[in-house]
Design a protein around this ligand. Structure first.
Ligand code: HEC
Length: 214
């Protein structure tokens, strides 16, 4: 019964995740719907041969392309399960009426009777990975654009603008116009040093011109 509940609940879930498939694949099932396909029987037999293996993940070809699956063993660890799954005589008559007495019996305590298998077409995880990659690249590009813009603004503000002002002032002075304002560059970075050198050069030049004029 827990298996039935799980299968039905997952059928509901499938409305939201239609590409995912869930199956309780059992070698000798009560409901023929749950019978193992060939490849599922291989997986179940691997679990039966190696009890330590608790999970198998694999890829296989399917009708709609490659498909990814994850499987976990179904082991009968609870004695109460055997009431309905050991011998037909012990099972409730209503169950026999629906499912018959031919299959779904003969399960043993601690036996691995099947596997829970979730499978999804390979395109789905690949599309997820693709989307994650695109988002990552887009955010990387975004960060680059922001850094580029900020660098440009800083470059223009801290270096290009003061140098352009100096160049204009030098142009003015070269044509004898000494009315240029002094640079009041503060700090000790290269641009400020250049500004004060420029101021000094201008004053010397101004004095030299005055001396020539006198
Ligand atoms: C009251 C009877 C009853 C009990 C107790 C019971 N089951 Fe079942 N089980 C069924 C029936 C009926 C089905 C078929 C349900 C369906 O139509 O999918 C089933 C289906 C299953 C299936 C799916 C494969 C198949 O045979 O169709 C698994 C696995 C399963 N049972 C495991 C268990 C386990 C494990 C326990 C104990 C925890 C358990 N069952 C207890 C009646 C029972």
């Amino acid at each position: 019964m827990p298996a039935y509940a799980a299968t039905e609940t997952l059928n509901q879930l499938q409305k939201n995740y239609p590409e995912y498939r869930y199956k309780e694949a059992v070698l000798n099932p009560t409901n023929p719907r749950d019978r193992t396909a060939d490849w599922e029987a291989d997986v179940v037999n691997q679990f039966r041969q190696h009890e330590a293996v608790r999970e198998i993940v694999g890829e296989r070809p399917s009708l709609t392309g490659r498909s990814l699956y994850i499987a976990k063993p179904i082991q009968i660890t609870n004695g109460a399960c055997l009431q309905c799954h050991s011998v037909a005589a012990a099972a409730p008559p209503t169950m026999l009426k629906i499912y018959g007495a031919a299959n779904g019996f003969g399960w043993k305590h601690n036996e691995i009777v099947g596997a829970q298998v979730v499978s999804v077409p390979m395109e789905v995880p690949l599309a997820h990975a693709d989307r994650a990659f695109t988002a990552f690249m887009a955010s990387l590009a975004g960060v680059f654009v922001v850094v580029f813009i900020v660098l440009n603004i800083m470059l223009s503000w801290l270096i290009v603008r003061p140098i352009r002002r100096m160049s204009l002032a030098a142009d003015g002075i070269s044509t004898g116009d000494f009315n240029q304002p002094e640079f009041s560059e503060k700090g000790d970075d290269e641009v400020a040093v250049l500004g004060s050198s420029f101021n000094r050069m201008r004053r010397s030049l101004e004095k030299a011109m005055q001396m020539i004029d006198e």
